[in-house]
Design a protein around this ligand. Structure first.
Ligand SMILES: NC(=O)c1ccc[n+]([C@@H]2O[C@H](COP(=O)([O-])OP(=O)(O)OC[C@H]3O[C@@H](n4cnc5c(N)ncnc54)[C@H](O)[C@@H]3O)[C@@H](O)[C@H]2O)c1
Length: 366
């Protein structure tokens, strides 16, 4: 029986760690810089844990704990399913990035990462820039996603978008029998780093693209480039009739209210933790006849990119080939879901857990 219910009701950190099966959680505090951060290491069976650092102004410490635990767990399954030999980890820095972030804070955080001696590799996530990556790198070698001028692999977002595009095509193949996206009405929610590159692929394939964002400048950057893209009010996303919904902004957009409103055949997007409550909302999508391409499966292009940087001799062609494989794995997951009458989210988790278990045994025999 796999754990597909990460909704954590207890306030005890140990209960939450036990529920989500975490190995280690590190709380970091520094008086001088005001740093408050949490590093969560979920699982290191396949290799050292890896996942980005997010800076966010959490309303409560509990909210930060919940976020870092869910995100790090997602990284374990994402990397396992992508065939990478790394485990799942993630970090959060608590505070307003615009007010608190500076060189000293980021370097102090880098020192905390270093103290784990390579059990956790960090990278960028929300509100962490290439400059911050540089600051962390001054204190620790356990940083990936470094800028190209530092010998790193640069921004992972284009590869994430490419993987989402591959997953979306697999979803279309399952829904329509053909993987062509030409003529399909596709709504991209979130015109950010991933959204903008995803739109490029969709336009190239002659899809009818709709975008929604809460910031006009993000919309303008895309409509200036592509005159065929239509703009949708971000509050009216779920009232629109569409073929494919691509959530590329925040998590939990698939919930009780939205799923009953959603008018599409396929959901395929980049956002992490799209299902508000995994088991419940995965089943609800199934009941509504909507094909759900699991988020942690199709948004793994970015982690594959930084993984190849970590291996050394970064080779973009290799990463592209590995990201294209998302198409096959997504179809395998969707078929596994059909054959076993389980949600596609559970099907993806099962395949990820199978790999961790099988490879884990090989590693034990080393
Ligand atoms: N960047 C990557 O390589 C990567 C990898 C894996 C997963 N993800 C996930 O994909 C999602 C997008 O990542 P990103 O790097 O493009 O982030 P981003 O911050 O560049 O873009 C997010 C966009 O969503 C918009 N947005 C926020 N709230 C919105 C709302 N209510 N309605 C519509 N738009 C809204 C923001 O204005 C922004 O333009 C995130 O959930 C991220 O965790 C990103």
């Amino acid at each position: 029986m796999i754990d597909t219910q990460p909704e954590v009701k207890s306030n005890s950190v140990f209960d939450q760690m036990a529920n989500l099966e975490h190995e280690q959680v590190v709380f970091c505090r520094d008086e001088a810089t005001g740093l408050k951060a949490i590093i969560a290491i979920h699982n290191t069976v396949l290799g050292p844990s890896m996942g980005g650092t997010r800076m966010w102004n959490y309303a409560t410490d509990e909210e930060a704990v919940n976020d870092v635990l869910r995100l790090s767990r997602g990284m374990t399954f994402k990397s396992a399913l992508a065939g990478l030999n790394i485990g799942g980890g993630k970090a959060v820095i608590i505070g307003d990035a615009r007010k608190m972030k500076n060189e000293a804070l980021m370097r102090r955080f880098g020192k905390f990462v270093n103290s784990l001696n390579g059990k956790y590799y960090t990278a960028e996530d929300m509100n962490i820039t290439m400059r911050d990556i540089e600051y962390m790198s001054m204190e620790t070698p356990y940083v990936v996603g470094k800028p190209e001028y530092m010998g790193g692999s640069g921004d992972p977002s284009p590869m994430t978008a490419y993987g989402v595009y591959m997953g979306m095509k697999a979803g279309a193949k399952k829904a329509y029998g053909l993987d062509s996206l030409g003529g399909k009405n596709i709504l991209v929610q979130g015109a950010g780093q991933v959204g903008k590159y995803l739109v490029d692929h969709l336009i190239e394939e002659n899809a009818n693209v709709f975008i929604a964002d809460i910031f006009d400048d993000k919309i303008k950057a895309i409509t200036d480039k592509h005159d065929k893209v239509s703009v949708v009010d971000p509050n009216k996303v779920f009232q629109m009739e569409m073929d494919i919904y691509a959530p590329c902004a925040m998590g939990a957009t698939l919930n009780d209210e939205t799923i009953s409103e959603l008018k599409c055949a396929v959901v395929a997007g980049a956002a992490n933790n799209q299902l508000a409550i995994e088991e419940k909302h995965s089943a609800m999508l199934n009941d509504h006849g909507i094909i759900y391409c699991p988020d942690f499966l199709i948004n793994s292009g970015g982690i594959a990119n930084v993984y190849h940087e970590y291996l050394g001799n970064y080779n973009k062609e290799r990463v592209i080939a590995s990201t294209e494989h998302i198409y096959d794995v997504c179809l395998e997951v969707l078929n596994h879901s059909d054959d076993n009458k389980i949600g596609s989210h559970e099907a993806a988790l099962e395949l990820a857990l199978q790999r961790i278990e099988k490879v884990g045994k090989v590693k034990l025999g080393e």
